[in-house]
Write a protein that binds this ligand. Structure first.
Ligand code: KG4
Ligand code: ZN
Length: 340
């Protein structure tokens, strides 16, 4: 392609203020992320009002720095892509307002992007040969979805969580065993010192749907185990609890995903979202996909957790299809995948 299309992308759906410049949907010219994690750690989770206030403070600096690292100005940008849902309403509104202001002032097209579509699209960044169709497991702090990516921007949802998202389960269990927020990376780290077979936690199945997930039973099983130990006056081995919990999550995610890939006759499988950076999950999928002859794709950890590069990639594919948002674009906290 001779023509170079540059998208300025903005992401502010949760606790990362992020901006990126993406060229032709696959080349990341800059990827700026201001993470608020340290700010929320003392509360044990994201405080929505604090997140919104920090986004409004940081957004212009982050956008400025994304443009300068990409060595371009707003005049070089072809369109503005922004996450408009799902996410925290106050947080989303900051990014959406910034994107609308730039689009209006510079008379540039505006493209609203679905956050989960962004996570899935992160796989296109480092896997230049990856094209739909493929099956993708999206596991983040707010979502656990198993989807068939039929084409760019076209999804069939096969399964989703019935209760807690995978990342949410990691965060809650981490809090219960005293590791603090954010739980995923901490459980990932201490699990390396633990025995994943030390405690037999349940592998939850959802009766009517072979692709749905349920993690609240597993979370309760971990809490019960901790309570029982306390009642018996026994000290828990944090590393073993973490490793055994992590294995229970990984087993279910791998089994459901591989069943879906095989059922749909696709030989390409990708993972996305914050939990996709989990080392044990990645190893388990590497192994299993190799055995089953399935090509396995995953983004680097920096593109798994929230970032704007993934929004620029998804925004590019929407943009070239002709998708445009109006100046009435609003935040949609409960936006469903595949809806506009
Ligand atoms: O995708 P993300 O950055 O934000 C949402 O869209 O939700 O995902 C954040 C989630 C958190 O729950 C965090 O604990 C989890 O991803 N996470 C991990 C790891 N890194 C982040 N979970 C397991 N292992 C990790 N290494
Ligand atoms: Zn996310």
């Amino acid at each position: 392609m001779d023509q170079k299309i540059k998208i300025l992308a903005i992401e502010s759906s949760c606790d990362e203020t992020a901006a990126s410049v993406v060229e032709n949907g696959r080349t990341i010219l800059s990827n700026e992320i201001y993470t608020q994690i340290a700010l929320h750690t003392e509360y044990g989770g994201v405080v929505p009002e604090i997140a919104s206030r920090k986004h409004i403070e940081k957004i212009n600096q982050v956008i400025d720095s994304a443009l300068s690292k990409a060595e371009c100005t707003l005049d070089d940008i072809d369109a503005i892509a922004v996450t408009y849902g799902p996410g925290l309403v106050g947080a989303l509104l900051v990014g959406v307002s910034a994107a609308k202001a730039i689009a209006f002032a510079k008379n540039k097209p505006l493209v609203g992007v679905h956050h989960i579509e962004g996570h899935i699209s992160a796989n296109y960044i480092e896997n230049l040969d990856l094209e739909p169709p493929f099956v993708c497991l999206v596991v983040s702090g707010g979502h656990s979805h198993l989807v068939v990516v039929k084409d760019y921007g076209e999804y069939e949802i096969l399964g989703r969580t019935r209760d807690d998202a995978a990342g949410e389960a990691f965060d809650k269990v981490a809090r219960a065993i005293g590791l603090g927020y954010p739980g995923g990376p901490k459980i990932d780290k201490v699990s390396k010192e633990g025995n994943p077979d030390a405690i037999k936690f349940p592998r939850a199945k959802v009766d009517e749907s072979e692709y749905d997930f349920s993690f609240s039973g597993l979370k309760s099983a971990v809490l019960n185990y901790i309570n029982q130990c306390e009642m018996k006056g026994e000290k828990i081995v944090v590393e073993d609890v973490a490793a055994s919990f992590q294995k229970a999550v990984v087993d279910v995610l791998v089994d459901h995903s591989i069943a879906a890939v095989n059922k749909y006759g696709l030989r390409k499988f990708a993972i996305a979202g914050g939990v996709a950076s989990n080392s044990s999950l990645r190893e388990a999928f590497e192994d299993r996909c190799k055995k089953e002859g399935i090509e396995f794709f995953h983004p680097s950890p920096v593109y798994c957790t929230d970032n704007a590069a993934m929004i620029g990639v998804a925004g590019y594919y929407e943009y070239i299809k002709g998708v445009r948002s109006g100046y009435d674009l609003n935040a949609v906290p409960q936006l469903k995948l595949g809806e506009r």
